[in-house]
Design a protein around this ligand. Structure first.
Ligand code: PLP
Length: 403
């Protein structure tokens, strides 16, 4: 009996190990491509790209200068540069440096946290709609996925999330949320921490925090609570293609995610990230640019009676009142590539805040699309039809479909 059990658990572990070995790391551009590939495999040069929450401003000038001067050193691994980033960030945030891990983007630690803390016995609890990458990782840990609709104010419904499954392993809170750009309050995050199922952790994804008024959760890490916070240099710092992100948490929690993989970091990325952190005016400047453009777009949307969700980040959702997939296609025909649709809200599309000129082109294209005849399929406004249209080709379930 004992032998049978240990054999079974060995095979379970081996199966888990092989699933993990095959796990792709999903990021925004792959998820955007998954819905776009129906009508465009690539985005043509010169098109308006407001589909993947990128920052059109790119890295700041200081980061560019550091990278140029470092380029000839590209033959070296130079681990010291990663350590300098850890030391800079932890000193700024009042953390001990063993509370910070550096990765090539936050997607890696996001997936590894789900693998480390969920299993067939310990579920993943997410808001709906929210960023989907943790759900893809959960497919590889074999965890049940429990989706909890956002509250009426578009915050995470933390009361429903903590009650969703007594055996939860991870509660994922994206603050501010992707795709809605809405905030979950500090009080709610504290409630989730105090009431989460025993043995579970919070994964608080702060990819968009710099654009918003949301209260960061790093002091909860300093207080040794059961949470891992993710930060990325892909958004406000404009370094998505350079790849740099951080996992911040108690060393015993970080040790668990490290077992799933660590690599040498790209030296240009970590040096640019350090330089960005050392540029104190950068975040307020970029936040203002983003807020100003977004506010103007919202005024235009309101003036034209388009329904949207007030966001505090570099993306927002518009309810088009027709299948969002069709709007995406029609916009692409006008050379404007917008973001995707979540199954729970099939008539909403997610828009990234681009430059002023890009948002001008977005407005022209959206007006044209919205004033053209509604496809016959939608006239009935039948919820089942809309839902079917909205979920027709969801982001892929396997790496094969994506890559
Ligand atoms: N988390 C959220 C909510 C995101 O939207 C993204 C990307 O858009 C990521 C994490 C991953 O970003 P990266 O791997 O570029 O750091």
């Amino acid at each position: 009996m004992k032998t049978d059990l240990s054999r079974r658990s060995f095979f379970r572990m081996a199966a888990a190990a092989s699933a993990v070995a095959a796990m792709p790391i999903f990021t925004e551009p792959q998820l955007a491509h998954a819905q776009r590939r129906r009508f465009a495999r690539v985005i043509p040069p010169g098109a308006v790209r407001i589909d993947a929450n990128e920052n059109p401003l790119g890295p700041c000038s200081g980061a560019c200068a550091v990278m140029s001067s470092l380029l000839p050193e590209g033959g070296r691994y130079d681990m010291e540069l990663t350590q300098k980033l850890v030391d800079t960030f932890s000193a700024q945030e009042g953390l001990s440096s063993d509370y910070v891990l550096v990765y090539a983007g936050s997607s890696e630690p996001l997936h590894y946290t789900v693998l480390a803390f969920t299993s067939p016995q310990r579920s993943l609890v997410v808001a709906d709609p929210s960023y989907e990458a943790p759900m893809y990782a959960a497919k590889y840990s074999g965890a049940k996925i429990v989706k909890v609709p956002l509250a009426a104010d578009y915050s995470h419904d933390v009361r429903a999330m903590v009650a969703a499954d007594p055996n939860a392993g991870v509660l994922y809170i994206c603050n501010p949320n992707n795709p809605t750009g809405t905030i979950t309050t500090r009080a709610d995050i504290e409630y989730a921490l105090a009431n989460k199922p025993k043995g579970s952790i919070l994964l608080v994804d702060e990819a968009y925090i710099h654009f918003s008024d949301a209260t960061p959760s790093l002091d909860l890490v300093r207080a040794d609570k059961d949470l891992i916070v993710l930060r990325t240099f892909s958004k406000v710092y404009g370094m998505a293609g350079l790849r740099c992100g951080l996992a911040i948490g108690r060393p015993d929690l970080l040790a668990k995610i490290q077992t799933y993989g660590m690599n040498s970091n790209p030296i240009l990325a970590v040096a640019a990230a350090t330089s960005s952190l050392q540029t104190p005016e950068l975040v307020p400047q970029r936040r203002k640019i983003n807020t100003d453009i977004r506010t103007d777009v919202f005024s235009w949307l309101s003036a034209n009676n388009y329904k949207f969700i007030p966001s505090q980040t570099n993306c927002f959702m518009v309810d088009t009142g027709r299948p969002g997939r069709e709007v995406m296609t029609a916009m692409a025909q006008r050379n404007v590539y917008i973001g995707r649709v979540w199954p729970i809200w099939p008539t909403y599309v997610r828009i990234t805040v681009g430059t002023r000129s890009e948002m001008d082109q977005f407005q022209v294209a959206l007006r044209e699309v919205m004033t053209s005849p509604t496809p016959a399929s939608v006239h009935a406004q039948d919820p089942a039809t809309l839902a079917a249209l909205g979920t027709r080709d969801l982001p892929p379930r396997s790496a094969k479909l994506l890559i």
